[in-house]
Design a protein around this ligand. Structure first.
Ligand code: DGY
Length: 324
């Protein structure tokens, strides 16, 4: 039987299906395997089911001579050296689509909570400071009539845009190219990156982390944003320069930030962003619903099993392995 390493416990229904077709070793801990352990466990395997917390680099791939398929239980795969996998002819799978709605919901939770200062309000009560109704207290950003700027109108960006209709917001989007059909469907208008920053009250990030998007949000980008605007990131922490974000929040230029992703993850407890009143941080829970995580695991297993059988992966990030 093929040998497979799964880097963390995943939903049982998916694991059961995998166990019927392969000899499966699951890393038991709640923490990811340390890199050297990961390498050691993958070395004799035919298949790897990994998570965004696992560094699957060229060295790891080279030290696993039997490896025939890598299946990531996430839509993002910036933790995997896809070029190295492709060079070995190893298909890499991921889980697009199934987490779109859950991630869009969480994005809106952050937009609403950050704009309306929900966490500030809770902290205010916990600090025993709620003594009266205050006409000037905890004033936030009104979303109705405001402009939402979406960076990356892919599946998740479009699902976030669709939800904006109920809030009566103007919608802008940016990205490497215009997407007229998707944009028409959600009522969004294309703008270049700088125009989007200048005109948006809320900027929400939905692009992948690539060399081109690393620290796309730097001091210059924050300076272009409207005074009082808020930044939402449910994509990847590395797209934002956290030092520049901290400065922009500290000096009052930004109205706040809602982050489900940071760099690194977890952000150290003493990181100054953690203590900022206007910054709300959640621990990368965009896809964290029972239904979505179950579907992600099932999709990752389907990709893995296809790869072990020598069939094309249903969701492959490097389909060129089949053609060239
Ligand atoms: C992904 O899938 O890339 C998310 O960040 C985690 O679900």
């Amino acid at each position: 039987m093929n040998k497979v390493f799964v880097t963390r416990p995943i939903p049982q229904s998916a694991l059961g299906r995998l166990r019927r077709e392969a000899t499966v070793e699951v890393w038991p801990g709640p923490q990811p395997p340390p890199y050297q352990e990961l390498r050691r466990h993958v070395a004799p395997c035919d298949g790897l089911l990994c998570l965004l917390t696992d560094r699957v680099d060229a060295e790891l791939i080279a030290s696993a001579p039997r490896l025939r398929v890598i299946s990531q239980m996430a839509v993002g795969y910036d933790n995997i050296d896809v070029a190295a996998a492709t060079a070995r002819g190893i298909p890499v799978g991921h889980t697009p689509g199934v987490l779109t709605e859950a991630t869009a919901d969480l994005t809106w939770a952050l937009i609403l909570a950050t704009a309306r200062r929900v966490l500030d309000g809770v902290r205010f009560i916990e600090a025993g400071r709620w003594t009266t109704w205050d006409p000037m207290g905890l004033l936030g950003l009104e979303l109705h009539g405001a402009t939402l700027g979406i960076v990356g109108l892919g599946r998740i960006g479009a699902a976030v845009a669709r939800r904006a209709a109920g809030f009566g917001m103007r919608l802008l989007y940016t990205g490497p190219r215009e997407k007229p059909a998707v944009a028409a469907g959600v009522g969004a208008t294309y703008a270049d990156f700088e125009t989007l920053l200048r005109e948006s009250d809320v900027v929400s990030i939905h692009c992948p982390l690539t060399p081109a998007t690393r620290h796309l949000f730097d001091a210059r980008a924050f300076a272009l944003m409207k005074p009082g605007a808020i930044l939402i990131n449910t994509a990847r922490g590395g797209i934002v320069d956290h030092k520049a974000l901290l400065d922009a929040v500290r000096d009052g230029h930004l109205g706040g930030a809602g982050l489900d992703v940071t760099e690194p993850e977890p952000l150290p407890a003493d990181h100054p962003l953690m203590a900022q009143e206007r910054v709300l941080i959640t621990p990368h829970i965009g896809s964290a619903t029972v239904r979505t995580r179950t579907r992600m695991a099932e999709m990752a297993v389907a990709n893995l099993l296809a790869g072990l059988r020598g069939e094309p992966l249903p969701h492959c990030v490097n389909p060129e392995v089949y053609t060239g």
